[in-house]
Write a protein that binds this ligand. Structure first.
Ligand code: FE2
Ligand code: FE2
Length: 282
């Protein structure tokens, strides 16, 4: 397997270092630079990605693709800002087909829209050329998308209790099948880049190891959702992560401050606090 070399810079995250001119918001986006060009993984909620790319000198004009981890607005909200910034007339946007599923959240009998906040045609008009996948697939040499991740662990239920999807007029619980992550073959193993890890971070790792055939995890970066999935899932996830060979653990976004502190205590120097502007070399 040919490996990829390059870097990942966080453009959108929930935190920003003091005195930085970049800004934070609840969301995630990362700018990847590889031998085959540059691309964007997620686009944040919309207020940060273009601004921060300029501050961090990451040229959105030259990207050759966009990868969307899942439909949620804190990962897709920046699309109408990013698409016009791309020089090419059209740009491939990789995603699971459920990205356009009709979904909602229900709280105290109030329904709020829970899907991607734009219709497909609007994004296509701005240059998006959607490339859908359900399965594990290579998107450039050494860089893969997980496709749907099998839900196998007993403790990773997520915070899905109040999320629903409407399919052919029928309301079903939404397990966020569209949630997928990047798996990059690097010199020292694999690098896993998460959006929100709604599938469960341990499920994602198991799937990545199975599909790549590599069990050395050079890095894990991105949203783990364990700050929003209850204490039991959080604690069991931290315990389970100790069973893997992980060199760099950089949870971001929906991990939350409390879970990050627990992980710092559990993993010591393997762990790093994420923030907008952080660059990870691979
Ligand atoms: Fe998120
Ligand atoms: Fe999400």
């Amino acid at each position: 397997m040919k490996t990829a070399r390059g870097s990942l810079t966080i453009l959108t995250d929930n935190t920003v270092p003091e005195r930085s001119n970049a800004i934070a918001e609840h969301g995630f986006s990362a700018f990847l630079e590889t031998g085959e060009g540059n691309f964007l993984f997620d686009t944040g909620k919309g207020k940060t990605v273009v601004h921060n790319a300029a501050i961090l000198k990451k040229d959105l004009a030259g990207i050759n693709k966009i990868v969307l981890s899942h439909a949620h607005g804190d990962h897709t909200g920046g699309l109408p800002d990013v698409l016009p910034a791309v020089s090419a007339k059209q740009v491939d946007v990789f995603a699971h087909p459920d990205i356009f599923a009709d979904r909602f959240r229900e709280k105290n009998d109030q329904r709020t829209y829970g899907g991607i906040p734009f219709i497909k045609g609007y994004l296509e008009k701005m240059g998006a050329r959607f490339v859908f996948n359900n399965e594990y697939r290579e998107i450039e040499e050494g860089v893969f998308l997980t496709g749907e991740v099998p839900r196998e662990t007993s403790f990773e239920g997520g915070d899905m209790g109040n999320r629903y999807v409407i399919r052919e007029g029928k309301v079903e619980p939404d397990v966020i099948l569209d949630d997928q992550s990047l798996v990059i073959h690097v010199e020292k193993g694999i690098l896993i880049v998460l959006g929100c890890a709604h599938a469960g971070i341990v499920n994602v790792i198991n799937h990545a190891i199975k599909m790549s055939g590599v069990d050395e995890i050079y890095g894990i970066i991105g949203g783990t959702h364990i700050g929003l999935s209850g204490d039991a899932q959080r604690d069991k996830t931290i315990e389970a992560l100790k069973n893997y060979k992980i060199e760099h653990l950089i949870p971001a976004h929906c991990t939350g401050a409390e879970a990050m502190c627990l992980m710092r205590n559990a993993f010591g120097n393997i762990f790093q606090f994420s923030h907008v502007g952080m660059t990870f070399h691979f």
